[in-house]
Design a protein. Structure first.
Lengths: 277, 285
């Protein structure tokens, strides 16, 4: 059994904690999303939706909590989508040369980078949940300790699979493209539809049919659904919409994300095996 | 193990239609320093890339440490250390972390890693720099660290691709000292260079390579005798007359006339012959 991916992981973590600017900005970014975007949007949304009568018998969730799940998804998306960038620079400055010339299988490089991305995503998720609770996000409301633990574990699992998928995607692009500008523009191009054709920030119930259909396959939607299921419960209403998440829905989230991650993994292995030194 | 650590038979390599390596065969013996000497673009790096399995072999056969580079690339990779032409250290990691990482990706056990790092820091005189970041090292120290890294796994062969390009003569001579020390410890060294004195100073055997072909192989002494001791370029007002004069001298082996200059191959030490040549030519005006 080979464990060389641990070396890749070790190196990436050293650098994560060494580059103070990277470390601090990645810790502050989720707080900023919540503090500025989150609070501003939730106040407007709550004002707009205050006239809509609550659905009786169903717990009502305010916009901040609804969006909190989306903020986790979005923040993790950005970190992992841009996370592969390091590989392009490693390749450009021939840092990868040493590793590519070693007996380490290429898949281990991808796996090591993927796992370090998951670690970073976990840190950010905890920060969002922690800071979110502090400013009044209703995650895990009325849960027992045990239920909270299961909910957090579920969220972490989903976040991990999602992060791996996008890191594999980002890694494949980074290792293929030669110039940083090209890569940045591809990532920006990808992140726009991913973010807006999803239910991360607002409900999709009123979307045009085509967008609604597309959004169902968006990994971001799958992740946001899953987080809401675990954090807000199976049955709640938000902004006048009634949400019921069944076991089938959460199964869909898991399966969809696993499928996405596997497809991206094979793409990454294919691209990495093509890399010449 | 005695015998040949590297065996290459009829190796060919082409980039598209351009042949970079053209039917090369050679062997490197256990424990020797073997050099490929030739100008930039002669195909030296390509040979290294094929032998280190970084490029797939196209034609011919090559074995490193007894393993076939085409079929047993993993075993080949485990047998070798490489110092690349371009510096490729992690500038954001310390000297010892760079070595530690290398040991880790070759799955060296922790205890062995620690011991080896100490040995190598001592060998390359980087003990005082173990916690210094890569980017804070001088050029020569970076090269030494790469040398240490290449030796981390106690390889059977160490490959060095132009190890001293761009360094001043002191740094270069120091590098040679380290390489001799590594050789004394029993590591076989394969290096490429375009510096004649580097090949001359270090190597047990040298292959002169150009346009993808080996022109001649032998020890530095043999090559000098075969080719003549030294080569000088002369520019005179009348090359025809000068060439005639030169040909009449015993110490001059061959004279070739180019459009502008004369290429003179001398059989003896140039410092003795040069005044003689000058005198003769001056005598004729």
């Amino acid at each position: 059994m080979n464990f060389e991916f641990r070396a890749i992981y070790w190196r990436d973590m050293i650098k994560f904690f060494r580059f103070k600017s990277l470390l601090i900005s990645s810790l502050i970014q989720p707080v900023m999303w919540l503090a500025f975007f989150g609070l501003a949007m939730s106040d407007s949304f709550d004002q707009l939706t205050s006239l809509i009568p609550n659905i009786s018998g169903v717990p009502t969730v305010d916009y901040l909590s609804y969006m909190g799940a989306g903020i986790i998804a979005m923040d993790v998306l950005f970190t992992s989508l841009f996370g592969g960038t390091t590989l392009m620079f490693d390749k450009k400055f021939s840092l990868l040369k040493e590793t590519l010339a070693s007996p380490v299988p290429r898949s281990h490089i991808i796996l090591g980078i993927g796992l370090s991305g998951v670690t970073k995503a976990f840190i950010q998720t905890f920060i969002i949940i922690g800071f979110g609770k502090f400013i009044g996000m209703d995650f895990f409301k009325g849960y027992t300790l045990n239920e909270t633990f299961i909910a957090v574990t579920g969220i972490m699992l989903l976040v991990a699979i999602f992060t791996l998928g996008f890191l594999f995607l980002s890694g494949s692009i980074a290792i293929t493209i030669e110039n940083p500008e090209g890569m940045q523009s591809i990532f920006s191009l990808l992140s726009m539809p991913l973010l807006f054709v999803s239910n991360a920030l607002y409900p999709i119930d009123a979307f045009p049919a085509v967008l609604k259909f597309l959004s169902m396959f968006n990994p971001l939607t799958l992740l946001a659904n899953g987080i809401r299921y675990f954090a807000l419960g199976q049955n709640f209403s938000a902004m006048g919409n009634h949400y019921i998440y069944t076991t089938a829905d959460i199964g869909m989230s898991f399966l969809g994300l696993i499928l996405f991650a596997l497809v991206m993994l094979s793409a990454a292995i294919w691209r990495f095996n093509k890399v010449n030194i | 193990m005695t015998g040949n650590v590297i065996e290459v038979n009829n190796l060919e390599y082409a980039y598209g239609s351009v042949k970079a390596v053209d039917d090369i065969s050679f062997t490197v013996k256990q424990g020797e320093i073997f050099s490929f000497l030739g100008p930039n673009g002669a195909g030296k790096s390509t040979v290294i890339n094929v032998l280190t399995t970084l490029r797939k072999i196209q034609k011919g056969e090559a074995r490193v440490n007894g393993y076939d580079v085409a079929k047993e690339s993993k075993s080949v990779r485990r047998s070798i250390g490489i110092v690349f032409q371009m510096l490729c250290l992690d500038h954001e990691m310390t000297v010892s972390e760079n070595l530690e990482y290398h040991g880790k990706i070759y799955s060296m056990p922790k205890k062995e890693r620690k011991e080896r790092i100490e040995e190598l820091l001592k060998l390359t005189e980087l003990e005082g720099k173990r916690d210094t970041l890569g980017k804070e090292l001088s050029g020569g120290m970076k090269r030494r660290l790469e040398l240490a890294r290449g030796l981390m796994t106690k390889p059977a062969v160490l490959f060095l691709d132009e190890p001293t390009v761009g360094f001043d003569i002191q740094t270069r001579m120091r590098m040679w000292e380290y390489l001799r020390e590594i050789k004394r410890e029993g590591t076989t060294i394969f290096l490429t260079t375009h510096y004649m004195e580097e090949a001359d100073q270090l190597s047990d055997r040298i292959s002169i390579i150009d346009h993808g072909k080996i022109i001649v192989t032998g020890s530095a002494e043999e090559l000098k005798n075969k080719l003549g001791k030294d080569l000088i370029y002369l520019e005179t007002s009348n090359n025809k007359i000068a060439a005639e004069i030169l040909r009449s001298l015993n110490s001059v082996k061959t004279v070739t006339e180019d459009t502008k200059s004369l290429r003179v191959m001398i059989g003896e030490n140039v410092t003795h012959v040069l005044p003689q040549i000058m005198e003769k030519i001056r005598g004729k005006g």
